[in-house]
Design a protein around this ligand. Structure first.
Ligand SMILES: [Zn+2]
Length: 270
């Protein structure tokens, strides 16, 4: 089933009181004040004869409302004020300087906190859209383990020129070769990029290992540092390029992997 039952919390499955969960956490407004009353909405169109580098057929619309004010009501109060609040509280001291462009040494604890926050944020963003994109099993994993589920990869990067906050959410329903075509597949593959101030967070989840790129070579090619799995000091953050918002390099981060998956290109070379 593509969509979770509407009355149930997307994480614990409980039917208790709802709360309005901000898609991008409300504390971010203290670091990036909300000044605009509109946001950009971009979508891409793919054709089967395209190569991923042809991704230029993009539509840009401006929609009303600041992106930071958007909320989603399918998270219960217990989750929102319990384990999810702890994840927020843990990440604020680590993520705030990065949003401001003040990068410092990162250890495995910092990396884990940012990776978990990114994965939960990507989940709330994805589930707020009609296409969903995170499986019931993975959403329950967050609730039960407060950790990043298996087959999720998270990268971090540096960016300039972001209009406050921004995100891009791409979803696929990938069927296993053993699955009957008659059975509807739950959307299970997610490619999400979140830009806040001067930090970029990129996360990918897929049901099968062979749909995931190598986190280190892909990160190197895209100018990103893998933080989950954490590879230690393989690529120090000082070496990261500062991507320019909506430059070709930035658009590649958002679109390239998703396009390669849709078009059936070999992603093992990424
Ligand atoms: Zn809940």
């Amino acid at each position: 089933m593509a969509n979770p039952p509407p009355r149930k919390c997307i994480f614990c499955g409980g039917v208790g009181n709802r709360s309005g969960e901000h898609l991008v956490a409300n504390w971010v407004r203290h670091v990036i004040p909300r000044t605009t009353d509109y946001h950009e909405h971009r979508s891409i169109r793919l054709a089967s004869n395209m190569s991923p580098t042809d991704l230029v057929k993009e539509t840009v619309k401006f929609k009303q409302g600041n992106l930071g004010n958007q909320t989603y009501s399918r998270v219960c109060k217990r989750c929102n004020s319990g384990w999810m609040k702890r994840i927020q509280d843990d990440v604020i001291p680590t993520l705030t300087p990065l949003i401001k462009g003040e990068w410092h040494d990162m250890n495995v604890i910092d990396a884990n906190r940012i990776a978990l926050w990114t994965a939960v944020t990507a989940t709330v963003i994805a589930m707020s859209q009609d296409t969903c994109g995170v499986t019931t099993q993975d959403r329950q994993y967050f609730f039960k383990n407060q950790g990043v589920p298996p087959k999720w990869t998270v990268w971090i990067g540096r960016i300039s020129g972001v209009p406050e906050i921004s995100y891009c959410n791409r979803v696929l329903a990938v069927r296993s070769q053993f699955q009957s075509p008659q059975i509807q597949t739950e959307p299970n593959t997610l490619v999400t990029t979140i830009e806040i101030g001067q930090v970029l967070l990129h996360c990918v989840s897929a049901p099968y290992e062979d749909l995931l790129p190598n986190p280190f070579s892909y990160g190197w090619n895209m100018g990103l540092l893998p933080i989950h799995p954490w590879g230690g000091d393989i690529l120090p953050w000082q070496a990261l390029p500062i991507l320019s918002y909506f430059s070709r390099e930035h658009r590649n981060v958002r679109d390239f992997l998703y396009a390669a998956m849709v078009l059936g290109h070999d992603i093992s070379v990424l």
